[in-house]
Design a protein around this ligand. Structure first.
Ligand SMILES: Cc1cc2nc3c(=O)[nH]c(=O)nc-3n(C[C@H](O)[C@H](O)[C@H](O)COP(=O)(O)OP(=O)(O)OC[C@H]3O[C@@H](n4cnc5c(N)ncnc54)[C@H](O)[C@@H]3O)c2cc1C
Length: 291
C-alpha cells in the first residue's frame, strides 16, 4: 500500500517542478496551505495517498503588502494575519468580514482566503467578496506567472482553472480610492460555524452622492460564485435609492441558479439572495460616504 508523502519546498521553482514531475508520472499531489480543508478531506472524501506539497515555507506566499496602488495577499497568509492589518481592514472591510466568517478563531489562525478560493466550494465565503473587490489571481507556472480574474478561476464545484505544474501564489487587489467601499453578507441557519445558504459581496464607488462604479457577486446559489453585471448596472448612476436596490436585488435573483437541499430550497435561496444584495449595497454605500 502506498503512503502519503510530504514535501515543503522553499522556492516557487521547486514547487512548480515538483507538481509538474508528479503530473507527468501520474502521481497525485495536493497543495497544503492552512490545511483546514485538506485535513478534513484526508479523513473523509479525498483519502487516496498523494504527495502533500506545503507552500508555507515560501517567502512569496507569506507576502501581505498594502501599497499605494495595490494590495497583495499571499496564498499562505492566514485570515488572522489579515485581520491584524488595520490598513487592509479599513480599505476592504467587506473582504475582511468574509474572511472573519470562515470557521472559528482557531480555524482562522490557519485558514487562508486563497485556500478558500482554490477549494472552490460554491459556498466559499471569500470568493464573492474577492470578485466584488476586483481581485486577480497571481498564478505561479513553470515558465513564470499568469494572471486571471477571480470570477474566472473557479470552473465548477471543487474545480479551479489551475493547470498541471501550477499553483496560486496570491491575489492582487486594486487599492480602492476615496468613496469606494465593499461589504459581504451571508445567510446561515446558525449564527456561527455554518456555511452560507446564500452570500453577496458588493463594492460601490459613490461620488457626490451618485454611484459611479459597482461590482456585485453572489455565492452559494450556483455551482460557482458569479459576478452579476446587471446588478452593477442597476446601481451605477443612481443614488442607491430603493428602486436601484430593488433592481439590483432582482438581477441577483435572476442570475442565481440554486439547488434545493436540506439547508434551503432553491426558491428560498433566490429570495434570500435578493434581500442580501439590497442590504449589502446599503452597508457598502454607507461606508463609501463615511470618509
Ligand atoms: C470548522 C470549520 C469551519 C469552516 N467554516 C467555513 C465557513 O464558514 N466558510 C467557508 O467558506 N469555509 C469554511 N471552512 C472551510 C475552510 O476553512 C476554508 O475553505 C479555508 O479558507 C481553506 O483555507 P486553507 O488555507 O486551510 O486551505 P487548505 O485546506 O490548505 O486547502 C484547501 C484546498 O485548496 C488547495 N490549495 C490551497 N492553497 C492552494 C494554492 N495556493 N494553490 C493551489 N491550490 C491550493 C488545497 O490543495 C486544497 O484542495 C471551514 C472549515 C472548518 C474546518
Amino acid at each position: 500500500m502506498e503512503a502519503y508523502a510530504y514535501a515543503a519546498p522553499s522556492s516557487i521553482a521547486e514547487v512548480t517542478a515538483l507538481l509538474q514531475e508528479h503530473a507527468n508520472d501520474g502521481r497525485p499531489t495536493q497543495i497544503l496551505a492552512g490545511g483546514t480543508d485538506v485535513l478534513v478531506q484526508m479523513r473523509s472524501s479525498r483519502r487516496a495517498p498523494r504527495t502533500i506539497v506545503d507552500i508555507k515555507r515560501l517567502q512569496e506566499t507569506n507576502r501581505l503588502e498594502v501599497s499605494q496602488d495595490q494590495i497583495y495577499i499571499g496564498s499562505a497568509v492566514p485570515s488572522a494575519r489579515m485581520q491584524e492589518n488595520s490598513e487592509l481592514k479599513a480599505l476592504y472591510p467587506g473582504l475582511l468580514e468574509a474572511a472573519d466568517l470562515i470557521g472559528s478563531t482557531q480555524v482562522q489562525g490557519r485558514a487562508t482566503i486563497c485556500g478558500n478560493l482554490c477549494n472552490a466550494s460554491p459556498a466559499g465565503d471569500s470568493i464573492p467578496a474577492l470578485i466584488a473587490a476586483g481581485a486577480v489571481c497571481d498564478i505561479a507556472t513553470q515558465s513564470g506567472a499568469r494572471e486571471m480574474a477571480v470570477e474566472r478561476f473557479v470552473v465548477g464545484v471543487g474545480r479551479n482553472a489551475l493547470a498541471d505544474g501550477e499553483f496560486l501564489l496570491g491575489v492582487k487587489l486594486p487599492r480602492p480610492g476615496v468613496g469606494t467601499k465593499d461589504a459581504y453578507l451571508r445567510f446561515t441557519p446558525r449564527t456561527e460555524m455554518d456555511i452560507a445558504v446564500a452570500g453577496v459581496g458588493v463594492s460601490v464607488t459613490v461620488q457626490d452622492g451618485i454611484c459611479s462604479a459597482a461590482r456585485v457577486a453572489i455565492g452559494a446559489v450556483a455551482t460557482t460564485a458569479l459576478l452579476v453585471p446587471d446588478a452593477a448596472k442597476a446601481l451605477i448612476g443612481s443614488t442607491l435609492d430603493d428602486d436601484a436596490l430593488q433592481a439590483a436585488g432582482n438581477a441577483c435573483q435572476a442570475a442565481a441558479q440554486p439547488i434545493s437541499d436540506k439547508r434551503g430550497s432553491a426558491a428560498y435561496r433566490k429570495k434570500i439572495v435578493a434581500v442580501l444584495c439590497r442590504r449589502a449595497v446599503q452597508v457598502a454605500g454607507a461606508r463609501a460616504i463615511e470618509r
